[in-house]
Design a binder for this molecule. Structure first.
Ligand code: ADP
Ligand code: MG
Length: 425
């Protein structure tokens, strides 16, 4: 896999002050809280784990993860947006406080005149990185895993104007090289399935804890359903569009974009305050394949599969592509009292995502996934056996120094989330 070489950092000695995280293989629903359950379950089993299979939790500033191909971690990449015309005119750049070191997959942040701190990511994209390369590194591994039957999530997080929508949602109608992750992912999926398989999409936005359908704007308060047995999260009221070919998907995406603009104009808000979420459902009929051949931990419960172990299976999986609300609103509202409360509510989902990421990174026994709609939606697609990528977007202007630094710290905490380490002994 393209990014795994980034993780081949020197192995750290298993110091007693470092927590060793081991997760038992294969448990029911893949969600953030089940990750925690598995962490607790495997506490005390550490002695049995061979050193090569250990994943060592990082301390605050350095990261060392065993490059075992079985280990799964949220992959985190950073992308710098090129300077726009204004920034070129004003000669804006952040060279005085930030330095990208793509060859080292590292980013250096200046703390004061004397000190700087280095942060390692799975990939650091400079302003010249192409959409294709970003897709291949950030999204392709997740898409491949979704094609093999696991759920997956690709999220973009960053300040408004730093390139989240460009990276994820760009249609590239005139110039295919500009296509973003949503179009490329569906293109990749269509190229890898057969005529008996199906791809369906829903597209919606989450604003003020309301889920608004972007493919059917009259549906403005869709509710989330969670299957108590399998843990599968669904939106039964959402419009579902069957994807016949790439053109028909691009049309749906364009329709959704228009509806997003119209809805936000009506609500008198900016789209940067809402999260746009594309949900891609894949159903694959695999005549020659048995449940045992499916490369996904889900097979243990049959959660994603219809069928029994000695019969051909229909494999169901889901990909979420999430264009998050602008990160600047988390800690900088400048409001007080009632307005502050309102600001918090607008950002409830983003705040709660941050809390879940912190809790997962700290291996807390409680992951507050029920606090918001966004984290409820992610319950079966982020963490556990699902494969997840997070793209951190930053802009080149030194005006936003503080914002950029806090965005980088968010990504750094997500680097510490170890989804699952399978143990086969
Ligand atoms: P966000 O969704 O994070 O608010 P956008 O994706 O809308 O930001 O990007 C802001 C502006 O910068 C847009 O005009 C977009 O076309 C441009 N832009 C962002 N990333 C790039 C890039 N990698 N190359 C060229 N233009 C970009
Ligand atoms: Mg945007």
């Amino acid at each position: 896999m393209a990014m795994s070489s980034a993780l081949r950092s020197s192995k750290m000695p298993n110091k007693p002050d470092r927590q060793v995280l081991t997760l038992a293989h294969g448990h029911s629903s893949s969600n953030m809280s089940s990750v925690v359950g598995q962490i607790q379950q495997s506490a005390g089993q550490n002695q049995k784990v061979p050193a090569s299979r250990r994943t060592i939790a990082s301390n605050a500033r350095t990261l060392s993860v065993d490059d075992d191909k079985d280990s799964q971690r949220v992959r985190v990449a950073v992308r710098l947006r090129p300077r726009n015309a204004d920034e070129i005119l004003s000669d804006a750049d952040f060279a005085d406080y930030i330095e990208l070191q793509p060859e080292l997959k590292r980013l250096k942040l200046r703390k004061n005149n004397w000190n700087s701190e280095s942060y390692r990511f799975d990939e650091v994209f400079t302003e010249t990185a192409s959409q294709r390369r970003v897709y291949e590194v950030v999204a392709k591994p997740v898409v491949e895993s979704v094609l093999s039957g696991c759920n997956g999530t690709i999220m973009a997080y960053g300040q408004t104007g730093t390139g989240k929508t460009y990276t994820l949602g760009r249609l590239g109608k005139d110039d295919a090289s500009e296509r973003g992750i949503m179009v490329r992912a569906v293109e990749d999926i269509l190229a890898n399935i057969s005529a008996s398989d199906s791809v369906e999409v829903s597209y919606f936005q989450l604003y003020m804890e309301f889920i608004q359908d972007l493919l059917a704007p009259e549906k403005s308060n869709i509710s989330i359903q969670e299957d108590p047995k399998s843990g599968e999260v669904s939106l039964p009221g959402a419009e579902v569009v069957k994807v016949r070919d790439l053109d028909n998907f691009v049309q749906s995406l364009q329709l959704g974009e228009g509806n997003r603009y119209a809805a936000n104009t009506k609500l008198n808000t900016e789209s940067s305050r809402s999260h746009a979420i594309l949900m891609v459902h894949i159903r694959r009929y695999i005549p020659g394949k048995k449940v045992d051949d499916i490369n996904c931990e889900e097979k243990d419960t049959g959660n994603n599969l219809l069928g029994v172990s000695d019969k051909p299976v229909i494999q169901k999986s889901k990909l979420l592509i999430v264009d998050l609300a602008g990160s600047e609103r988390i800690d900088k509202s400048g409001s007080e009292g009632h307005l502050l409360e309102e600001a918090k509510f607008i950002n409830l989902s983003l705040t709660s995502l941050g809390k879940c990421i912190n809790a997962l990174a700290e291996k807390s026994p409680h992951i507050p996934t029920r606090e918001s709609k966004l984290t409820r939606l992610l319950r079966d697609s982020f963490g556990g056996s699902a494969r997840s990528s997070l793209l951190i977007t930053i802009g080149p202007s030194s005006q936003h120094h503080a914002e950029t630094a806090s965005t980088i710290m968010f990504g750094q905490r997500a680097m510490k989330i170890v989804n699952m380490v399978k143990l086969r002994e």
